[in-house]
Write a protein that binds this ligand. Structure first.
Ligand code: ATP
Ligand code: MG
Length: 273
């Protein structure tokens, strides 16, 4: 099971759009997917047609007040999701107040989910654009982080802060954590700046930068207004093609990583014999 946080401290870079549509793409490719909204803005929840004021949300599960089966919902027989409810903000504040006396509260998320039997190939978590205990909890649980980076000016400044925060959490709470994909989003090939940013990303992140770039595509922005994923709203759009290609690339990368690891194990086994 892959556990992934979609995270960038910069707001409005396309984290939620990516999470929803990548989840839909992976599920169309036959993967069992669970999406989780851990952002008190509740955008993922709204994009998937749930009313954040009414739902039993992730905060109720994390507080131990609701069972997993009460908070998880199906999205049109495609994938599952856990919405963010109206009390998520309160949980964020409560955690912040308790951190000094008990730093172990960064493990609340990990503890709650590790007690649960999870039958998914991918758990993808949409993070808020901020440093806080909700984000720290998610980054203490997942193995991988996907960072969408907008191909706009100043995008790289935000990425530096994002990366150093991820490494801080890795060092203190979660040694298994790694940045596994840096995904260029809102890419505009006609814009020289977009191309320049790709070059700088390649230099900074090497092979972590995905070959697939998500272009600027109005259909991606419009789909939530119709209560649909991009594959329901405009399956033939450029946005749908980009996201599907990204999902395929992610599966491919995972395969390569697994083969490399298997090759390494075989090599070590041979050496040890
Ligand atoms: P926040 O940090 O507030 O959680 P976010 O990083 O989750 O924001 P989104 O809400 O996904 O960002 O996207 C911000 C805005 O950009 C939205 O209006 C969304 O519809 C639009 N958008 C996202 N991706 C694209 C794209 N590839 N092309 C055009 N518009 C996009
Ligand atoms: Mg968002």
């Amino acid at each position: 099971m892959e556990t992934i946080a979609v995270f960038n401290l910069k707001g409005g870079v396309g984290k939620t759009t990516l999470t929803v549509n990548l989840g839909a793409a992976l599920s169309a490719l036959g993967k069992r997917v669970l999406l989780i909204d851990i952002d008190p803005q509740q955008n993922l929840t709204q994009n998937l047609g749930a009313n954040p004021m009414r739902v039993v949300g992730i905060e109720d599960f994390l507080r131990g007040e609701s069972r997993f089966s009460s908070v998880v919902r199906g999205y049109r027989n495609q994938f599952d999701f856990i919405p963010a409810g109206r009390r998520l903000k309160d949980l964020d504040l409560a955690l912040a107040g308790r951190y000094k006396e008990n730093p172990a509260i960064t493990k609340l998320f990990a503890n709650a989910f590790s007690r649960q039997h999870l039958d998914y190939d991918y758990i993808i978590i949409d993070c808020p654009p901020s440093i806080g205990l909700l984000t720290a909890n998610v980054l203490s649980y997942v193995k991988k982080v996907f960072i969408p980076v907008q191909c706009h000016q100043f995008a790289l400044n935000g990425s530096k802060k994002t990366v150093s925060y991820i490494y801080r959490i890795k060092t203190i709470f979660n040694p298994a954590l790694s940045i596994s994909a840096v995904i260029p989003v809102m890419f505009d090939s006609r814009n020289k700046l977009s191309n320049a940013i790709i070059q700088r990303l390649d230099k900074a992140f090497h092979n972590k930068v995905t070959h697939t770039k998500i272009g600027v595509n109005i259909a991606l922005a419009e789909a939530p207004g119709y209560g649909q994923t991009i594959f329901e709203y405009r399956p033939d759009s450029r946005g749908a093609q980009d996201v599907m290609q990204l999902a395929e690339e992610i599966l491919q990368r995972e395969l390569v990583a697994a083969n490399t690891a298997a090759g390494y194990e075989t090599k070590t086994a041979l050496i040890q014999q």
